[in-house]
Design a protein around this ligand. Sequence first.
Ligand code: NAD
Length: 421
Amino acid sequence: MTSTLQPAVTARGPLDDARTQLREATTILGYDEGLYSMLATPRREVTVSIPLRRDNGDTELLIGHRVQHNFSRGPAKGGLRYSPDVNLDEVRALAMWMTWKCALLDVPYGGAKGGVRIDPRNYSSAELERVTRRYTSEISPLIGPERDIPAPDIGTDENTMAWLMDTYSVQQGHTVLGVATGKPVSLGGSLGRATATSRGVVHVALAALRSRGIDPVGATAAVQGFGKVGSYAARFLAEAGVRVVAVSDQYGAIGSHAGLDIPSVEEHVDTHGSVVGFPAGEEVDDLLTLDVDLLVPAAIEGVVHAGNAEQVRAQVIVEGANGPTTPEADTILQSRGRLVVPDILANAGGVIVSYFEWVQANQAYWWSADEVEARLADRMTTAWDRVTEHAARLDLPLRTAATCLAVERVAQAHLLRGLYP
Ligand code: NAD
């Protein structure tokens, strides 16, 4: 296991975007350079090599990271991503956004993120299990229910969390359910966790549409990404009466002017592995610039950027993904009067119910699905009200208002704790 503290990058990417957003917030809050630097820099990060024995007997070396951005308010918390695009700066950015998200929603965690550079589609389940167990073993000194609690993200799922929890538990000599969230319900998972991020996205999307005088019933929407977040977001939007006219995944986009039947799209994806080829839809060229009321980017970072933000026609953009809008695009969308509901608010449902799962696991006492949903709705609505009131009072975009509220909460924790030694 090797510790790395690499210097900041020069090419623009998610980490630059995250730091630009932080810089803006600390300037508004009147914080000095020292406090900015502390908040801009991860507290701890590790890079590990993961030798994998392939099913055919070959050995392959993979690289993984875990970044703990901050734990002033509690243990670090954040997803684990399996993607060929994973790199340390991306993980750093995602960890920082987790810190702000947890602070904004007032869950008692700092932020973390993990990633392994791998395209999971090219590996068998047995190989992915070996990758997960070796990665977990390498980062195990850093994680634990009181230290850092991983969860699923792009390319990982409840099985990944079951293997992670088992590997950690075997090392500890007893079952530690609280080391990961997003686990199977039969293994200490929470009811409602699998759909929580999407439910939260839809709670704020409906509120955002209404705030613009758009009745959600009959409003149109496009959803980018049809994975854990995007597919359920599309489904819950449709259940709320929104006409979902387009969805996409990494292979392409499909649409229907009349609105897609989302359960049928889900069935098509289960059988064919992609939305592409869905018989009751046409191919769509550029989902992001469709003439819709609501756009939900729910795939990857940086998809709305300076090069296409002028063409985005949706009135309301609700960030299901982390970091889908660059700061340049934010400025353009703002000047064009578009409403962007930022990731740290919009997709916080996942970490809220992860928090509920951790609480339930630690207490060994399980809540009903209705209880989880009611508490999730309450927290999302409270956060939406708080951010929109703050934005209106200070005449700020929602992202700036949300980041300021979150950063202030983290900075207060820092200042109250003081520096050691
Ligand atoms: P996932 O792996 O389940 O799904 C990702 C989806 O995005 C897939 O359908 C994939 O095909 C698609 N995709 C990838 N690249 C694309 C591209 N260029 N264009 C269109 N589609 C593309 O991942 P997920 O868990 O749904 O995560 C999606 C986003 O939501 C990520 O930014 C993640 O960090 C964020 N997020 C996830 C959670 C969670 O609970 N899973 C919580 C908060 C935020």
